[in-house]
Design a protein around this ligand. Sequence first.
Ligand code: SF4
Length: 140
Amino acid sequence: MGIGLLLSSGIGDTIRVSLTGDPVEEVRVGYEILKSLNLRERGPTIISCPTCGRCEIDIISMTKKVERKTKNIPAPIKIAVMGCVVNGPGEARDADAGIAGGKGYGLLFCKGKIIGKVKERDLVDALLEAVHDLSPQSNL
Ligand code: SF4
């Protein structure tokens, strides 16, 4: 937050993030800060639902898998992983690729359009395939 406040005030042009953990994560977090301030576009931005009583799929493990599988994509791409068909489609439609989970099935979106209704167990792979089609160098 401190780094973000300074950067958003136009102060500083080099950042160093310190974490207790793998230094590789420091680089990732640094980029996340720059992305959230619209100062740098790099890699995927994942929008995931915070879950609520409407969620009918295992959104937490699905989001973790999408995060893990897409973390090395260099090109900026917006990916939505949403848990229901009530509020999910809006975010999923707004992303480059997204899913909105339903009961046993989910909708797959690409560039604002529904491109399929997919079984829950195949939903993440279908999303990753769509992401790969949009960023062929991604090697997912
Ligand atoms: S997208 Fe659906 S499941 Fe997720 S928080 Fe919003 S309403 Fe709840």
